[in-house]
Write a new protein. Structure first.
Length: 650
């Protein structure tokens, strides 16, 4: 009789012993269904033993083996063990996060275009690209960071490095922050390498992801392009992980375990002796600090290579304007359209109006379950909470004082679309946000049509700001540069800087006549000034000085604990008790901040309080929090979340 050691996706950091069915193929790497309490639960076998375990407990038998073949090996099990320690979760939670769910199916995926593979690739590399490629390939291990202006050819460097390593039989993982970017990278692999690439992202069905996982595990394909979760895929003989647009917060998971793909990729490359290459025109503060301190090899691409130059940037002071679109921006939209070129308008706020308020008493319509304003969506004539999804009918009378002097204020992408449509009825406009791009194919169709010139203007949120390359774009309009700048989060300025620079980089990539118009109520803001002058290094230097003075990353490491529940008093009591317990440990060099209400104090009816632990010596901070967190018991109606190296404090 053989016995299986099984872990489950539960917040209990221990394994469980089961009997394996007779004639079972079960071994390490298989998923199983096994009795767990009164239910059956899916788990993973992490080892098999032939001896009866010590103890007098009753050993149950596994119900069935799910997989025909194993799904993970020692490398991935080791990665899961590292994740459970790093992100303070159970091994089962880490391992079941790594593995795809779903059953096998026969559906095929359109992963690449045969036409692209047949065309082949005949790119001419610029000297700056060739130098970067040679530097990276001079070593088969290590970490490199490729930075430079938008449109400077970073993607081609990544692809050529991948081509050289793949020719030696090495496996490649290429990570992008958004599903919308995957298609163009897959086509590029077909062009440059003449090879197909597997695709792995959350927009696929669970069965599709499992099918791709098995192909990679069995070595039938050794290149994968995908979003965050693709960092776990079982690529054989791994030689390279590329992390494109490294600054993007989409690489950070917002569910347990709250891993960052950058950290996981670095760990995989260390343990599997692979190259790790990152890149962005706007590196994260952590990456930039590592570069200037000599801990990360920086490779610069200072010039655009396809005939374009950095666009001219013009700032418009909206305090002098009457509408949501300035006269200057509307003039440029008309001029660019008359020239047969295209425009992108960026506004990081969807909906029609941002909030409803009463001018008499100041009442503001907020979500009854969250501490945020409801957003008016005109198409559906509905007020919607963008955090919990609560929907409510709009009102004409103030619910607080009965006044008729009420109105909707602020604006979102829906209102901008209406304004543009009235002013320029001849323009074909496509709005791209989560309200309009419901299905996974919608976004790809819209971007393809825009690339073919069938759409005159793209109007959207962050979806239009990331990594897209449209030769016909001459004008980029940033409708409200101030959005997000005043959020109570130490990364607010960094995010604003990255978004504006990235979306500005969509203009004039092929022809040196790009134009960017930045609408703002604060034209003298230092961030706006640095961007318009192209003083990016100065922005990083000033922001790092501020972070150092205030003791925030990258000069310290943070661990955030969030407690939430329906009963506010019990949440506060639990948070205070955690503070007392950890303070009694008497560790020097670890600062405890809080507990205080989260900036978004209520979401979906749950009151939220958080504590921050910060220290210069990460291992000491981590060990202290782990020691208390792993043993701390709270009432079942209160949820406790742990976030190592949080990207947001909201």
């Amino acid at each position: 009789m053989n016995y299986a050691e099984v872990v489950f996706n539960i917040p209990v950091d221990r394994s469980f012993i089961y009997k394996l069915p007779s004639n079972s193929p079960g071994d390490m790497g298989y998923r199983v269904m096994a009795p767990f309490g009164a239910k059956k639960k899916m788990g993973c076998i992490i080892s098999v033993k032939s001896e009866v375990p010590d103890g007098t407990f009753k050993i149950k038998e596994i119900d069935r083996i799910i997989d025909e073949k194993p799904l993970f090996d020692d490398n991935l099990l080791g990665l899961a063990i590292w994740m459970s320690r790093m992100y303070l979760c159970s091994l089962g939670e880490a391992l079941l996060t790594i593995l795809p769910s779903g059953r096998r199916e026969t559906e095929t995926m359109d992963l690449y275009t045969q036409e692209a593979m047949e065309r082949g690739s005949d790119f001419i590399l610029a000297a700056q690209q060739r130098q970067a490629i040679d530097t990276i390939l001079s070593s088969r291990t290590g970490t490199y960071y490729l930075t430079g202006v938008t449109g400077s050819g970073k993607t081609e460097v990544f692809l050529q490095v991948a081509k050289a390593l793949n020719a030696e039989g090495k496996g490649i993982i290429y990570l992008v922050p958004e599903i919308s970017l995957i298609h163009q990278i897959v086509e590029s692999f077909a062009l440059v390498l003449g090879r197909e690439a597997a695709v792995f992202h959350s927009g696929m069905t669970s069965s599709q992801r499992l099918k791709e996982w098995v192909r990679l595990y069995e070595g039938k394909v050794n290149i994968v392009v995908g979003a965050r979760s693709a960092v776990f895929t079982p690529v054989k003989n791994l030689g390279l992980i590329v992390l494109d647009e490294e600054h993007e917060s989409a690489y950070k998971s917002n569910a347990t375990p709250r891993y960052h793909a950058r950290q996981v990729a670095a760990q995989r490359c260390r343990t599997e002796d692979a190259l790790f290459v990152m890149g962005s025109a706007t590196p994260s503060m952590e990456a930039y600090h590592r570069m200037i301190s000599g801990k990360l090899t920086r490779l610069d691409l200072p010039r655009r290579i396809s005939g374009g130059t950095l666009p001219a940037i013009e700032v418009v002071d909206m305090k002098r304007e009457k509408g949501v679109l300035s006269q200057r921006l509307m003039q440029e939209i008309q001029r660019v359209h008359s020239e047969g070129r295209q425009t992108i308008l960026f506004l990081n706020r969807r909906g029609f109006a941002h909030f409803f308020s009463c001018r008499s008493c100041g009442y503001e319509m907020k979500c009854s379950r969250c501490s945020v304003s409801l957003t008016y969506h005109k198409k559906n004539d509905t007020m919607i909470c963008h955090y919990c999804g609560l929907r409510s009918r709009p009102v004409d009378v103030c619910p607080e004082c009965g006044s008729l002097d009420v109105g909707y204020h602020g604006f979102g992408t829906e209102k901008i679309q209406e304004e543009i449509g009235k002013t320029f009825p001849e323009l074909i406009i496509k709005r791209i946000d989560t309200d309009t791009m419901r299905r996974k194919a919608d976004l790809q169709r819209a971007l393809s049509a825009f690339r073919r010139g069938e759409i005159h203007m793209l109007l959207g949120t962050q979806m239009v700001a990331k990594g897209l390359n449209f030769p016909g774009v001459k004008l980029v309009g940033i409708v409200a540069a101030d959005v997000g700048m005043q959020l109570p989060d130490f990364r607010a300025l960094e995010r604003t800087f990255s978004l504006i620079v990235q979306v500005s980089g969509r203009a004039g990539r092929m022809i040196p006549d790009g134009k960017v118009i930045v609408q703002t109520f604060r034209p003298d803001n230092p961030v706006i000034k640095r961007i318009t002058r192209g003083e990016y290094e100065d922005f990083y230097r000033e922001e790092l000085e501020s972070r150092k003075m205030l003791q925030f990353p990258p000069y310290v490491r943070l661990i955030r604990l969030v407690l939430r529940g329906k009963n506010q008093e019990r949440v506060i009591k639990a948070a205070d008790r955690f503070r007392v317990v950890i303070s009694e440990c008497g560790e020097h060099g670890v600062e405890i901040l809080g507990p205080v209400e989260c900036p978004f104090s209520t979401i979906a009816g749950n009151h939220r309080y958080h504590l921050l632990f910060r220290g210069r010596k990460f291992q000491k901070t981590h060990a202290l929090v782990k020691r208390v967190y792993s043993k701390f018991r709270i009432p079942p109606e209160i949820h406790m979340e742990i976030d190592v190296d949080p990207l947001s404090l909201l």
